[in-house]
Design a binder for this molecule. Structure first.
Ligand code: AHG
Ligand code: MN
Ligand code: MN
Length: 334
């Protein structure tokens, strides 16, 4: 029989990592396993989006003032439910919920981690069959284990994350997660329903040729950013170009591509929305952690995203993220 011994599943990988840390309790591996489980369920629904009545507007408006699609709610319920019923998460905060949820059952209260997530990112792309994703960040709680979590556990700067990751529901489905030790990517093998290590030890190339920004907002950006975008457009082979512009409108897919190929992704503030659109806790912080561990950089234009002390759950932040050399060039304009 021909057995492919190269295949390593997400569970095998996290258990193997545990062996290097005899003091580890396995709680984080358990939490990642739960996220992988919820993501498989969401993936199944996403794949059916064109078929079933689940597609379309849910008709309500979320706390961000945006219209909510049914799949956002489905994904939110799956991640919340799976983490609540697991034994490794004491509470969650989600882009789709006004407030955090403290899991007050005895086993959850004994857990040391909280998880913050954007259950479905890029949801305007669902009904046109374009890649979407999930983003999550995991923090060690500040309050004492055994008690019920409070807002303080969720309002931590991104540099306190112990792990962060995303799932991209794309031409294949991938789960990528980072701990301080590195970034690893797992592709879902649909034939066996397992996350399989396909992208070990991902490193963000030091430079690249892709820039990603919503050009429709160009005249809403401050002059320094307009200048940098024009520099991207003027690059030729004498100065590292030509650059190419790629913008899907699902941050997960845009940053994933740039992480693999090298590039820069920008969601600056605009005249109408000086803090931009992206949410610090659910979108910016997890990606800033992942890309930083992979060797890249992330700022809000003034300071490192990971050093921002959040003051509210749903706060927004401008975001610039990507390959170090491209970020450094941008910084000379800011
Ligand atoms: P969400 O679907 O969770 O609301 O997030 C969508 C976000 C992000 O994924 C993407 O980069 C950005 O919105 C696109 O915004 P614009 O259409 O304004 O460019
Ligand atoms: Mn989002
Ligand atoms: Mn969302």
């Amino acid at each position: 029989m021909n057995v492919n011994r190269k295949v390593q599943t997400l569970d095998e990988f996290t258990i193997q990592q545990l062996r290097d840390f005899p003091q580890a309790t396995g709680e984080l591996s358990h939490l990642l396993r739960n996220i992988g489980l919820a993501a498989k369920r969401v993936n199944t629904e996403v794949n059916k989006a064109g078929l079933v009545d689940i597609l379309g507007d849910f008709g309500t408006v979320n706390v961000q003032g945006e219209e909510v699609k049914k799949l956002d709610i489905y994904a939110n319920d799956q991640f919340t439910g799976v983490l609540k019923h697991g034994i490794a998460c004491a509470g969650i905060a989600s882009e789709e919920l006004d407030d955090f949820v403290a899991f007050d059952d005895a086993k959850s209260a004994k857990s040391k981690y909280v998880c913050l997530f954007d259950p479905l990112d890029g949801s305007s792309n669902i009904d046109v069959n374009v890649s979407i994703g999930t983003i999550f960040g995991v923090y060690r709680r500040k309050t004492e284990v055994g008690t019920v979590v409070t807002q303080e556990d969720f309002l931590q700067p991104g540099n306190q994350q112990v792990a962060a990751g995303y799932i991209v529901y794309g031409s294949s489905t991938m789960l990528v997660y980072a701990t301080r030790r590195g970034v690893n990517g797992f592709t879902l093998d649909p034939s066996i329903g397992e996350w399989t290590l396909s992208h070990p030890d991902i490193k963000c190339p030091e430079t690249g040729k892709i820039y990603s920004v919503n050009h429709g907002n160009f005249f809403q950006y401050e002059k320094a950013i307009q200048d940098y975008i024009q520099i991207c457009q003027k690059k030729d082979k004498t100065n590292g170009g030509p650059y190419t512009q790629r913008y899907i409108g699902s941050m997960v897919s845009d940053v994933h591509r740039n992480l693999i190929k090298g590039g820069i992704f920008m969601y600056p503030g605009t005249i109408d929305k000086p803090k931009g659109k992206l949410r610090l806790l659910y979108e910016c912080n997890p990606f800033a952690f992942i890309v930083t561990v992979a060797g890249g950089k992330a700022t809000n234009g003034k300071e490192n995203i990971l050093d921002i002390q959040p003051t509210e759950l749903h706060q927004r932040s401008p975001m610039f993220i990507g390959s170090t050399q491209m970020m450094e060039e941008l910084e000379t304009y800011l």
